[in-house]
Write a protein that binds this ligand. Structure first.
Ligand SMILES: Cc1cc2nc3c(=O)[nH]c(=O)nc-3n(C[C@H](O)[C@H](O)[C@H](O)COP(=O)(O)O)c2cc1C
Length: 224
């Protein structure tokens, strides 16, 4: 292993989704440096299709309030359909992740009221001071979604390397109308997901668990 790969693997390994944040805002320059690092992401014909709006206080509060109102009262209507069925082995991975999260939060499996509150935390943006909302021009078709995924895969380790924390949130894409109204996304853009950004609240029980991964051989096959 080269030193560069070791460094990269350490940052990849340290990255995790954070679902409780401290209130302090992140200085604009520090956030800008993270997005500048991810800007090097490759994309189909270098089309660079990620379109991102990042909120800072006090705007984050306005969006938070609007999202909570939508989540409590509105019908979900994502621009890009959410998966409905999870065949195995994906269902087991999904359940393990949910049980670990609820376990860390001390929520029993049958406690519907606290599970609802935990779901609502998404729309409260986990109290993060910043929300990045990520959109794509739907005229580019599905390959642009791959490009966005590649970009996110570079952004998240950059967040970790900058001493910051993040949680990707497809949940907020259930209410794209609110995000269009609040953040000025134009009509050709599909809203894909949000990213809560800030400093990790390291004392929060919510942040005290790590998801696991299948052995690499489950996903990757070498053929000679
Ligand atoms: C595109 C995308 C959307 C996600 N949406 C949500 C979400 O709505 N709410 C949430 O709590 N976590 C969300 N996550 C975080 C995943 O649950 C998390 O990445 C996964 O469980 C692996 O855990 P880790 O990020 O801590 O390694 C999302 C992640 C991705 C990549």
């Amino acid at each position: 292993m080269t030193a560069d790969l070791e460094t990269l693997a350490r940052v990849f390994g340290a990255r995790k989704s954070v679902r409780a944040f401290r209130p302090e805002r992140v200085p604009r320059e520090r956030l800008a440096a993270v997005f500048a690092a991810a800007q090097h992401a490759p994309s189909w014909c270098n089309t660079q299709p990620w379109r991102v709006v990042v909120t800072e206080p006090p705007r984050t509060e306005v969006v938070r309030t609007a999202l909570v109102t939508a989540a409590k009262g509105g019908l979900p209507s994502p621009d890009v359909a959410f998966p409905m069925d999870y065949p195995e082995p994906y269902l087991s991975h999904r359940r393990a992740c949910g049980f670990a999260l609820y376990g860390a939060m001390g929520i029993a499996r049958d406690d519907k009221s606290r599970r609802y509150d935990a779901w609502l935390r998404n729309y409260e943006i986990f109290d993060a001071p910043h929300l990045a909302v990520v959109a794509v021009d739907r005229r580019l078709g599905p390959y642009a979604l791959i490009d966005i995924g590649v970009w996110l895969g570079q952004l998240l380790p950059a967040v970790t390397a900058a001493g910051l924390a993040a949680c990707s949130m497809a949940s907020i894409a259930a209410y794209p109308k609110v995000l269009r109204e609040q953040l000025g996304f134009t009509a050709e853009l599909d809203i894909l997901f949000g990213i809560a950004l800030g400093f990790e609240d390291q004392a929060s029980p919510t942040n005290q668990f790590r998801t696991d991964r299948a052995p690499v051989a489950t996903n990757v096959t070498f053929l000679a």
